[in-house]
Ligand binder design. Structure first.
Ligand code: DX5
Ligand code: ZN
Length: 215
């Protein structure tokens, strides 16, 4: 089953509670939450205090995408309100430890790879993971264009999933719209993050409907 995971990075932060309530009301499956530290990526968003407050406003799963250096410092904090905790391959030198730490806290463990990071680098971890996030743009900002070569990487992860971990969630993030959503799904993605294409024109209901109809 394909899941749509709107990224609140493109939401109106002055009414974030209402935005996540509406995501639930209008058929989103998962809430994708981008945490950025201004160091791993050249942008800063928010931390756990905000996530704690929006947690009260919606029942959907929270998928926390940590774009921060040394994420192990904060995993325990984010695990309090998150259901899936995703860290970046490029941000931690002890990934096996980090992944097992997330799982020991009873949470789903995700590993993200930047566009230039080869899928081969994570093949031994595939069995351990609940989710692989293939970045389809360079992380840091919403509204960027999809990088076409990442389609081959989705197919590579799908092949590894078939072989080693059939229940793996294969997530894509960046530049996804109704124009290319079918392509990423055909390549093997089953969790689709979408920021600007969900929140654009202040018309979340119609945008979610259109994306889901394009599956
Ligand atoms: C980018 C973030 C994305 C972002 C996607 O670093 O990880 O989740 O919100 O935004 P769009 O869908 O607009 O490319
Ligand atoms: Zn993200």
């Amino acid at each position: 089953m394909i899941k749509l995971a709107p990224s609140i990075l493109s939401a109106d932060f002055s009414r974030l509670g209402e935005e996540v309530e509406n995501l639930e009301k209008f058929g989103a499956d998962i809430v994708h939450i981008d945490v950025m530290d201004g160091k791993f990526v050249p942008n800063i968003t928010f931390g756990n205090t905000i996530i704690k407050d929006i947690r009260k406003r919606c029942k959907l799963q929270f998928d926390i995408h940590l774009m921060i250096e040394e994420p192990q410092r904060f995993i325990e904090d984010f695990a309090k309100f998150g259901d899936i905790i995703t860290i970046h391959y490029e941000s931690d030198r002890h990934l096996d430890r980090a992944v097992n730490y997330i799982k020991s806290l009873g949470k789903k463990a995700g590993l993200a790879i930047n566009p230039a990071t080869p899928v081969n680098n994570i093949q031994h971890l595939i069995k351990e993971l609940d989710l692989v996030l293939i970045m389809t743009v360079n992380p840091g900002f919403g509204g960027q264009s999809f990088i076409p070569y990442t389609l081959d990487k989705i197919k590579e992860v799908k092949a590894l999933s078939n072989k080693y971990n059939p229940n793996l969630l294969i997530e894509v993030d960046g530049g996804i719209s109704s124009d290319n959503i079918k392509q990423v799904i055909d390549a093997g993605a089953n969790v689709i993050v979408a920021g600007s294409s969900v929140f654009k024109d202040n018309n979340m209901e119609a945008n979610i409907k259109k994306l889901k109809e394009s599956f």
